[in-house]
Design a binder for this molecule. Structure first.
Ligand code: PLP
Length: 435
């Protein structure tokens, strides 16, 4: 069944618009780990939407909280005024972040969270008497969203090209994927020394010109690159030695993807700033946030005159009451249903099932950690061609995944049963075998 709808006016994001409009993949309802197309056909959600629906779709608890909030207080300005929910949510998030990373600034997306974190880093050094620190060190193949700050510190060529000079002073380190570490389950044993690229940047530009180093603890959108053992620790150590702030972009890894609330805890490395979004509202409302250390918050706020605004940044919808209600309801579900623990229990069966795909001749590498897996397929004539074909065929076969270039990315909801994640992987196997 197709929907009788004019598709010409919606310019779709990160989509092959012409191809989609020729042959649309529409979803009209969802429940649990299932999506349904207009004919009622079931499609398994193998990527938790875009990594943002770990608790399953259409949770009544969130719908009720959102409805009640809309009837009670739909909106109030977040500048110089507020509402209790913002404080309640900040307290809740602070109880989940690593100790000391407890000052929460709200945004509306991952991209806004990244730009906010960069601005906080600059504001901190300025308030701390080091305004010369303006460079940001980042990594090849990083994805930090699409706003100009995040784009500048991103490392995906297609996303960057064509948008001018971007932010000045961005230095890219090498990414951590090496052929030697192909088909490694979990963290590679070798590669920690790649963190010394930060030292290289310091030696080249001087530490006193570097504000921050920003990394995704596990690189997500480009295809799940897992940090080698000791790599994040080494970055932390070098950053500490040189007064550089460490920013973890936990937009994907935040809220349980690695089996604990944040990858910072999983890898036992405490950053100075941490971004989050996506799963914070279980995908039901746009919301992002930055957790900053108490020291950063105190330094910035104490540098301003009494009664003066301390940080000239914020959004009309920062801590939006309805998104806040959705986030509080989401985090209650996490607690009541033990979703961090449930995610942790699902990791071994999920990774085991995915690892079986290595026998397929088209599979050239598999990387995985927590409930994240990247499966590389041999490139066809043109990069991305096979990936697009597989995306369409998987959808026809009843599975939605994320595909970047020729890499299939799986990130099942935490509420999936073992048999369901096995079924997802079986669909991948059947489709890739027939390519
Ligand atoms: C690590 C990371 N940072 C930032 C973003 C951008 O988030 P959004 O699409 O909500 O702006 C993403 C999105 O996938 C992401 O994976």
């Amino acid at each position: 069944m197709s929907l009788d709808i004019d598709m010409s006016n919606y310019w779709m994001p990160f989509t092959a618009n012409r191809a989609f409009k020729e042959s649309p993949r529409m979803i009209t309802s969802a429940q649990g780990i299932n999506l349904f197309d207009p004919s009622g056909r079931r499609i398994l959600d193998g990527s938790s939407g875009l990594f943002c629906v770990p608790a399953g779709h259409c949770r009544p608890e969130i719908a009720t909280a959102v409805g009640e909030q809309l009837r009670k207080l739909d909106y109030t300005t977040p500048f110089q005024f507020s509402h209790p929910g913002g404080f309640e949510l900040a307290n809740k998030i602070a109880s989940l972040t690593p100790p000391g990373l407890d000052r929460i600034f709200f945004a509306n997306s991952g991209s806004e969270s990244v730009d906010t974190a960069l601005k906080i880093a600059f504001a901190y050094h300025r308030a701390n008497g080091q305004p010369s620190r303006y460079r940001v060190v980042t990594r090849d193949l990083a994805y930090h969203g699409v706003n100009f700050g995040g784009l500048s510190v991103g490392g995906m060529m297609k996303n960057r090209e064509g948008y001018g000079s971007l932010l000045p002073g961005v230095v890219h380190m090498r990414h951590t994927q090496t052929v030697k570490n192909s088909f490694t389950q979990g963290q590679p044993e070798t590669g920690a020394d790649l963190a010394d690229d930060l030292l290289h940047a310091i030696n080249l530009y001087g530490a006193d010109s570097i504000a921050a180093v920003v990394v995704e603890p596990i690189v997500g959108s480009v295809g799940i690159l897992v940090p080698p053992k000791g790599y994040l620790q080494r970055l932390r150590q070098i950053a500490n030695q040189h007064g550089i702030l460490l920013i973890f972009d936990e937009v994907i890894t935040g809220f349980g993807r690695t089996g604990t609330p944040f990858a910072a805890e999983t890898f036992d490395v405490r950053p100075d700033l941490m971004t989050m979004a996506k799963a914070l509202t279980n995908g039901s409302m746009p919301m992002g946030a930055v957790a900053a250390s108490t020291e950063i918050y105190d330094t910035i706020t104490n540098a301003a005159a009494e009664n003066a605004i301390e940080f000239f940044h914020g959004y009309t919808y920062s801590a939006h009451p309805v998104a806040t209600a959705a986030a509080l309801a989401t985090l209650r579900i996490f607690e009541q249903e033990g979703l961090y623990e449930r995610a942790a229990e699902l990791v071994a069966p999920f990774q085991h099932a995915v690892s079986e795909l290595r026998s397929l001749s088209l599979v050239t590498d598999i990387r995985g950690y927590g409930l994240l897996a990247g499966i590389d397929l041999a490139t066809d004539e043109r990069m991305g061609q096979r990936g697009y074909a597989v995306l369409r065929k998987l959808f026809e076969a009843g599975l939605m995944v994320r595909v970047t270039n020729d890499t299939i990315i799986m990130a099942p909801p935490f509420v999936s049963e073992v048999a369901e994640v096995e079924q997802m992987v079986d669909i991948v196997k059947a489709v890739v075998t027939q390519l």
